[in-house]
Each structure stands twice: as C-alpha cells, then as structure tokens.
Design a protein around this ligand. Structure first.
Ligand code: AMP
Length: 230
C-alpha cells in the first residue's frame, strides 16, 4: 500500500502523523496546505490569491489547488507512492485525482469536535521548517522558539477561532461526503486519531503495513519536522 490519502477534519493530526510515517516509509508527504502556504510566503500570484481564501478558512478554488498538486505529483519522488494530506477536499477534487493516479487506501482520521478545536487553538508552527508544536502537549525546549532552527513560532492565521469555525463547517459540508465516496470504492480505512502521538502513529502504521509489529518504532519527540519540499 503506497499511494495513500489521509482524510479527516482539520486538527485531526494528519500533517503531524504524515511527517512521522513519511520518514519511516520513505514516501513523500504531499500537503496541499503546505504547498499553498509556501506559495503565499514566496509572494507568487497564485500564492497571493490562495492566501485570501486560506486566511478565512475557506477552500482555495479547485483549479489553483489542482495546478499545485499536479506539479508536485509529477516530481520523481512521488512515482513510488505518496502520503497525500489535505487533498482531496471535495468530490470534484477526488474525481480529478482519479484521473491522475490510482489510490491504494484512504485513511480516515476520526476525532471528536471538541478535541479538534482544542488542538487547532493550541497549535503553533515554525514558519521556516513547518515543525508543529502544541502549547500544552508538545512544547518547544525554549519557549516560543523552534527546537530545530530557533525561529519564532507563530499561530497560523486560520487557527484563529472564526477561521476554525469556517474550516469545520467546510469540512462537514464538502469534505465529509468523501467518506462515503471512498467507502463505496472500498478504499476507506478509518482510524481512531485520539490519544498520544505514538499511539496514533502505531495505529496508522498498522493500517498501512497491515501488521501490528511492522516497521521500526516511531521516535517519541516533542516536535515533528515535515519533510522539506523541493
Ligand atoms: P491544511 O494545511 O490542510 O489545513 O490547509 C490549510 C488551508 O489551505 C485550507 O483551509 C484551505 O484554505 C487550503 N487548502 C489546502 N488544501 C486544499 C484543497 N485540497 N482544496 C482547497 N483548499 C485547500
């Protein structure tokens, strides 16, 4: 199983877990949110346009996201497989994706809404290397600074309460129907996304590798670095 989509509401831990498992399985972690944020930080016309939607917690229009994703999927490291995080977000995107690549599994992260909101509000990120922290559960060694490069941690604009509410509503309306879409195609694999980082990673690894003891143990860490994008 190597062409994998991670599906689930914002705050479920898809990006954090993808970063862990991607290293272990040597698969690229493709996050459309990260790709769009990088484009926004670089100030490209696409990035500037995407940023207007992202800040408010709305979906970026499909043609923009699809362009970014197609470019990324065309890179050589994605040929052997990938962990796709944040895409598809609606049925139209799922249908487009099916024209570009087959999938082996769609792993659905399940978590109660109150836990999602808490995780999003407490999230802090390093704007330079994308390492994810949490003000309560995964604090950096030095208050407010990234463990890896010392950069000042920030709160994503879309982790503000108004934007969180929008993102959860968008998920319920547009993304949740994908659960049924992929269930019907016999690709859906639900996992319980509650509990510690290591507990969720173990469940995820079990689903991906299909055995309870496969793979090396995931390292415990206060921080998880996402793979740099090329
Ligand atoms: P994420 O990092 O996955 O939470 O995504 C952050 C934001 O990027 C989302 O709230 C959307 O504004 C935008 N975004 C990421 N992926 C997509 C997608 N597949 N379709 C539309 N917008 C997206």
């Amino acid at each position: 199983m190597r062409r994998i989509v991670l599906l689930g509401p914002p705050g479920a831990g898809k990006g954090t877990q993808a970063a862990l498992i991607a290293r272990e399985l040597r698969l690229p972690h493709l996050s459309t949110g990260d790709l769009l944020r990088s484009a926004a930080a670089a100030g490209s016309p696409l990035g500037v346009e995407a940023d207007r939607y992202m800040r408010e917690g709305h979906l970026v229009p499909d043609p923009l996201v699809l362009g970014v994703l197609r470019d990324r999927l065309a890179q050589p490291d994605a040929r052997q497989g990938f962990l796709l995080d944040g895409f598809p977000r609606n049925v139209a995107q799922a249908e487009e994706l099916a024209t570009v690549t087959a999938l082996d599994a769609v792993i659905a992260f399940e978590l109660p809404r109150n836990v999602l909101v808490e995780r999003l509000q407490d999230r802090r990120v390093c704007p330079k290397c994308h390492t994810v922290y949490n003000t309560r559960t995964r604090r950096p060694d030095r208050e407010g600074r990234c463990d890896l490069d010392g950069t000042e941690l920030v709160q994503r604009p879309d982790d503000r309460p108004e934007a969180i509410a929008n993102r959860l509503a968008v998920y319920a309306e547009q993304t949740a129907p994908l659960l049924e879409y992929y269930r019907r195609r016999e690709l859906l694999r639900p996992i319980d996304a509650s509990g510690s980082l290591d507990a969720v990673a173990a469940r995820l690894r079990r689903v991906i590798l299909g055995s309870s003891d496969a793979g090396a143990p995931v390292r415990s860490s206060s921080a998880v670095t996402q793979r740099p994008r090329s």
